[in-house]
Design a protein around this ligand. Structure first.
Ligand code: SF4
Length: 408
């Protein structure tokens, strides 16, 4: 168990008031700010100007910064090894950060204190929202249901196209967060009539312990858990995660190490290895490939990607080719032409993948699921809405071909 670190000098109760019908265990203790914290908060003012009061495109409110630290959010990390001189090596993701005492890893959410490693984001979401499961996107997982979606600050990569960079590329104390322990997440999920809890928006690998514990509590209460991730995680943690969750959607950002190095600040091979592990664990998996003009949109790369999926994961893994729009550090590129996405789909179809979709193109026929045998529409969608599902007991209603996925 973690020791007490610093006294809590700031209270998040006013933000918690925005959560509807919180359970009665919430405490309100008022606000108390010392001089040091006040100065720190002033230094954060410019970031606050960006983050506070704004809305993500899908209506999620940005949090404001909470200066200071709060021991309610601190818990010992699960995957690390102790090294001489109070150093530690984090073993959660392939970055394998080696961290001195009183320092943090690359993701900024984990800290070495006296040779013990702690997560600083347990029960500390900075955003939450009830979304259609189709928005994750998970097209073959309980269509028409809602997922209660949460995220903390922080990420273990730095994608130049990130659409949620205001929360993914900051440290936890730079955004205002609320205290939402696993039981509260479960209670809110039920209250919002969601079928599942989604760990999303930012990168859930960096709040692994919180995610795994919440998923375990959720399962006891009959809720599913779905993970929306870049898949940049080591083998042991991903294997253990598969015991607690029900589906994992992986953003496979390109099929070249160069792109991962230059655009993502990560590596391709560990993501591919992770996908293979996830499939071997029997987890429902879908892949999103964000097509960025001129950077990962060649026929050769699409072909290599599809051949690898076919040989190493199987033709039943759905692939979503998604439209890029300029954001964060890639504002100089245009939106992806729809013809490019259609070219990617044509290649995937010709390589024999069964379920290939176009994302961020509302109204396109490639939002629908077609039966791989009789070619009729078995799930009709518009945007994030599944309008009609013609699947009975996991099979096409017209020809009884099995349709891969979790339907009931
Ligand atoms: S999870 Fe964070 S601290 Fe751990 S190796 Fe990855 S980037 Fe480094």
């Amino acid at each position: 168990m973690p020791g007490k670190t610093r006294s809590r000098m700031y209270e998040t109760a006013d933000f918690i008031d925005n959560v509807p019908n919180l359970p009665p265990h919430r405490e309100k203790t008022g606000t108390q700010v010392d001089r040091r914290t006040f100065l720190k908060s002033t230094a954060l003012a410019s970031l606050a100007a960006v983050c506070s009061g704004g809305m993500l495109p899908d209506g999620i409110a940005y949090a404001s910064p909470v200066p200071g630290e709060d021991e309610r959010f601190v818990a010992e990390a699960w995957f690390y090894e102790k090294l001489p001189y109070k150093k530690i090596r984090c073993k959660l993701c392939p970055k394998q950060c080696v961290i001195d005492d009183r320092e943090r890893g690359y993701c900024g959410t984990r800290e070495n204190r006296d040779g013990t490693y702690y997560t600083l984001v347990h029960s500390r979401p900075c955003t939450y929202h009830a979304d259609p499961i189709e928005k994750k996107p998970l097209f073959h997982f309980l269509p028409g249901t809602l997922a209660f979606s949460i995220s903390t600050a922080g990420c273990n990569v730095n994608c130049k196209f990130c659409q949620n960079w205001q929360i993914s590329q900051v440290r936890p104390e730079q955004v205002r967060s609320i205290h939402m322990p696993p039981k509260v997440v479960v209670s809110l999920t039920k209250k919002a009539r969601c079928t599942s809890i989604a760990y999303t928006y930012g990168e859930p690998v960096v709040f692994y312990e919180y995610m795994a514990e919440t998923a375990a509590v959720g399962r006891e209460m009959g809720l599913k858990s779905v993970v929306i991730t870049g898949g940049y995680i080591n083998e042991e943690p991903v294997r253990k995660l598969c015991r607690h969750v029900d589906a994992i959607k992986v953003d496979l950002k390109a099929f070249s190490e160069k792109y991962y190095r230059e655009v993502v600040s990560g590596e391709l091979q560990p993501v591919l290895d992770g996908l293979v592990t996830i499939r071997k664990e029997g987890m429902w998996t879908e892949i999103v490939y964000l097509v960025v003009p001129t950077l990962n949109d060649s026929d050769g790369e699409f072909t290599k990607l599809c051949r690898w999926i076919k040989s190493d994961l199987g033709v039943d893994v759905p692939v979503h080719f998604t439209r890029f729009h300029p954001d964060y550090l890639l504002r100089n590129l245009p939106r992806t032409p729809i013809q490019t996405l259609e070219r990617a789909k044509a290649i995937a179809d010709s390589e024999g993948l069964h379920y290939v979709y176009l994302g961020n193109v509302p109204g396109h026929s490639a939002e629908n699921t077609f039966c791989p045998r009789c070619k009729r529409v078995v799930v009709q969608r518009t945007g994030f809405i599944s309008k009609a599902v013609h699947i009975v007991d996991g099979k096409c209603r017209y020809c009884e071909q099995e349709i891969a996925g979790v339907w009931n």
